[in-house]
Design a protein around this ligand. Structure first.
Ligand code: GDP
Ligand code: IMO
Ligand code: MG
Length: 431
């Protein structure tokens, strides 16, 4: 059954947008299963650079139907702005739908995100301040507002739900954070207006996807974030609030695990993360600075500088296994072009003992000493290379060594941001 999952193998920003866009050239449907506008996926076409936040990366193909799944938290004004600005720049978009079961990022969610980050001070998570965490908190606490609740005809129940939940939010605003309360009438009116604007996009997405699969259509599930930001398997509590894994992708898109036949893990040729939290192979020296500047490693959503480090094969192998990846894409290889040597973190040593997987406790990370393997650099431009065999031997060795370490064939290699800058390798060395 033709379902492909594209997901992040590291801490996000691996180039999922670019890989999804490449695969979507021949797909019927692309579904976003998780996250919110905290994501920023970049697609570069001849028409320019497109930064997508909640809209799936297939949207730039008129043949592609894009769906925001039940597992996403949607900010209606951000969604409406995003589609409007895409329409202005790109008149030939695919069809776009939103699940009636998706949760809504309400006006109090970004405020709660901000106030809670301020309260945590130096212990802050470094969130994107999009209200993602508070929206998923409300979902799990069974007091969330869903897209269906905003639609015309639901006014009575919507008002009742807001009457029930607003006193709790306002108590926090006033008594915990020392901020102003929100007004019920204004909130209700705002939500009702959003419902009117969203109505043309809303469908029972999981039914639509299953009908499409029955009709033989091909589906890509484009997850947001990365496995090491997963609330269960990532560097908790420095994680996001919905699951970016293959299992989370199935859940959020309304697809069964048995319907998936391809799981593509996207990895950057080095590692980055935005926000706080453990990062064993982080580089705080000039090499890190060089990669950050060359790779323009600044957040797509927030513009924050991304932290940069060597490829962490311990986290990557953990992520490859956990997600059952059938293949991997390695992006931004070209960013390492000038380096005289490249390193791969092949082990974690904690208290003089090597461990084979990331520790559960964030405090244990402080004791991690990465074990590195040093490989020669290639020191030449790879951005114009068009096949794997034409890469310098040192770059080929770097790719195949990562492939061995993660245990998954690398079938796509990124050597630049443009659509044509992918080296396709029908079978990685492991197959
Ligand atoms: P995503 O969140 O995983 O979709 O990744 P982002 O879009 O946030 O960040 C990836 C950045 O790397 C974007 O600016 C892409 O245009 C860029 N990019 C993706 N693949 C490559 C590549 O192979 N080489 C180069 N130089 N840039 C790439
Ligand atoms: P894409 O899909 C990288 C990070 C934030 C922060 C943590 C929690 O573009 O790869 P949140 O706002 O989710 O509560 O923040 O997660 N984060 C991302 N980092 N790429 C992303 O998305 C991210 N989405 C959230 O920086 O550390
Ligand atoms: Mg991103």
């Amino acid at each position: 059954m033709p379902v492909t999952i594209v997901l992040g193998g590291q801490w996000g920003d691996e180039g999922k947008g670019k890989i999804t866009d490449a695969l979507a050239a021949t797909a019927d449907i692309v579904v976003r299963p998780n996250g919110s506008t905290n994501a920023g996926h970049t697609v570069v076409t001849d028409e320019g650079v497109f930064k997508l936040h909640v809209i799936p990366s297939g949207i730039l193909y008129p043949h592609c139907t894009c769906i925001i799944g039940a597992g996403v938290a949607v900010s209606p004004p951000d969604f409406l702005r995003e589609i409007e600005s895409l329409r202005e720049r790109h008149p030939r978009l695919g069809q776009l739908y939103v699940s009636d079961r998706a949760h809504v990022i309400m006006p109090y969610h970004p405020l709660l995100d901000l106030y809670e980050e301020r309260r945590r001070g130096a212990a802050g998570i470094g969130t994107t301040l999009r209200g993602n965490g508070p929206a998923f908190t409300d979902k799990i606490a069974r007091r969330g507002i869903r897209i269906a609740d905003l639609l015309p005809g639901s006014e009575h129940s919507l008002r009742h739900k807001l009457e029930m939940l607003l006193p709790e939010k306002n108590t926090l605003f006033i008594h915990l954070y020392g901020e102003s309360p929100l007004d019920l009438d204004q909130l209700f009116e705002q939500a009702r207006t959003w419902g009117e604007a969203l109505a043309p996009y809303v469908i029972a997405a999981e039914v639509f996807v299953q009908d499409a699969l029955d009709a033989g259509k091909s589906v890509i599930i484009e997850a947001a974030q990365g496995t090491m930001l997963d609330p269960d398997y990532g560097t908790y509590p420095y994680v996001t609030s919905s699951s970016p894994t293959a299992a989370g992708a199935c859940q959020g898109a309304g697809v069964a695990p048995t319907q998936v036949d391809r799981i593509v893990g996207v990895f950057k040729a080095y590692t980055t993360r935005v926000g706080a939290g453990p990062f064993p192979t982080e580089l705080t020296d000039e090499t890190g600075q060089l990669i950050r500047e060359r790779g323009r490693e600044y957040g797509t959503t927030t513009g924050r500088p991304r932290r940069v480090g060597w490829f962490d094969a311990v986290a990557a192998r953990y992520s490859a296994r956990h997600n059952g990846m059938t293949e991997a894409a390695l992006t931004k290889l070209d960013m390492l072009d000038p380096l005289p040597e490249v390193r791969i973190g092949v082990g974690y040593r904690i208290d003089n003992q090597e461990v084979s997987a990331p520790p559960a406790q964030v405090e244990r990370y402080a004791a991690v000493e990465p074990v590195y393997e040093v490989l020669p650099g290639w020191q030449c431009d790879t951005s114009q290379v068009t096949s794997f065999d034409d890469l310098p031997p040192e770059a080929q060795r770097y790719v195949t060594r990562i492939e061995e370490l993660i245990g998954v064939p690398i079938t796509m290699i990124g050597v630049g941001p443009a659509r044509h800058q992918i080296l396709w390798r029908p079978a990685g060395a492991l197959t």
